[in-house]
Design a protein around this ligand. Structure first.
Ligand code: COA
Ligand code: ZN
Length: 306
């Protein structure tokens, strides 16, 4: 039987947070429905952050309460602090993802905390979530490079990973927030963490800024990683990390995995439908690197049918 790889769709959070115009909650839910129809079962649905910092996420409580309950479909909420945790739980979240950046400056710009403060806040929230039976992930953002401080020493990522696991994080999401990593670096980072903590507890989050999203995903896969974030159509970017372009596109990732013999439970035709919904709600032209190939295949089929 084909080996399973788990895809966590982050388009509704990472993908939309930078979008300049507020997207109606109904439109976000329409995109979610299209993704569920394609077989996606894991979503980072929104973030409980300050609406002043990220106006696009101002509807998080309303959105979370309206998420469709479907067998096997899980929703995660990104949170920056204890207030975010409380708001997420009040809205019905049972799984939270904390965001900690590997550098001093990105923590300051992103969540207005020093690295030390951010570590303490994350630890406290992780302990509380564990005691309250809430599932947890801790992201280590800017794990390959920081938009303000440049290359990040792997030792810094390893130390934060150890601390977050020790505080009770069930999963660590190592995030190349600005897409500045390369496959050699990714293999070393993920390989080291996987050996120490077990690959099953580590997720990979890549951006495709320098066209290395898929290659980096493949490098992580070779280190045993089987959990990946991606966003439909390659939507995305972080408003506080200049240079962060879209996430690795879900359709690129799923296509590569399927072509390589892995099982994702996700249907490519369904993802292409979801891309059209994402285009409609963002009024943007979207699509991963494989979009041109899919379009050429459509043309060929249409010509053959004539
Ligand atoms: N959700 C909503 N509001 C929040 C909040 C949360 N999680 N945490 C704090 N606030 C509110 C406070 O209640 C306060 O409100 P008031 O002005 O009405 O009194 C205000 O925000 C300022 O609180 P403070 O603790 O001083 O926060 P801050 O201004 O230092 O901002 C964060 C800190 C973390 C809230 C803010 O930087 C943030 O939301 N960052 C997230 C950025 C992000 O989403 N990045 C992309 C994803 S990685
Ligand atoms: Zn990201």
């Amino acid at each position: 039987m084909a080996e399973r790889v788990y895809v966590n769709e982050v388009g509704l959070r990472d993908g939309l947070q930078i979008h300049p115009h507020f997207i109606a909650t109904d439109d976000k839910l329409a995109l979610l429905d299209a993704l569920i129809a394609a077989g996606v079962t894991s979503f980072e649905a929104t973030s409980f952050v300050s609406p002043k910092a990220v106006p696009q996420m101002a509807d998080s409580a309303d959105l979370f309460k309206r998420l469709p309950v479907r067998p096997g479909v899980e929703y995660h909420a990104l949170i920056p602090n204890e207030k975010g945790y409380e708001r997420a739980i009040a809205a019905g979240a049972r799984s939270v993802a904390l965001v900690l950046a590997a550098t001093e400056t990105l923590n300051k710009r992103n969540i207005n905390m020093s690295l030390g403060e951010a570590v303490e806040v994350c630890k406290a929230v992780l302990r509380r979530a564990r005691a309250e039976g809430v599932a947890t992930r801790a992201y280590i953002a800017a794990a390959c490079a920081c938009p303000y401080e440049g290359k990040v020493a792997p030792a810094a990522v390893f130390a934060l990973t150890d601390e977050m696991f020790a505080a009770g994080a069930a999963d660590i999401g190592i995030a190349d927030t600005i897409g500045a990593g390369n496959p050699a670096q990714v293999a070393y980072l993920f390989g080291t963490v996987a050996k120490k903590h077990g690959a099953a507890r580590v997720s990979a989050h890549f951006h495709d800024t320098r066209a290395m999203g898929l290659t980096n995903a493949w490098a992580a896969l070779q280190e045993g990683i089987r959990r990946f974030d991606s966003s439909i159509g390659g939507l995305g970017g972080c408003p506080f990390a200049p240079g962060a372009s879209g996430n690795l596109a879900t359709e690129d990732l799923v296509f590569m995995l399927q072509e390589s013999g892995f099982e994702t439970g996700i249907d490519i035709a369904g993802l292409r439908q979801a891309v059209t919904v994402a285009e409609r709600i963002t009024s943007q032209h979207l699509g991963g690197r494989v979009a041109a190939y899919f379009a050429s295949q459509d043309k060929r089929r249409a010509a053959a049918a004539e």
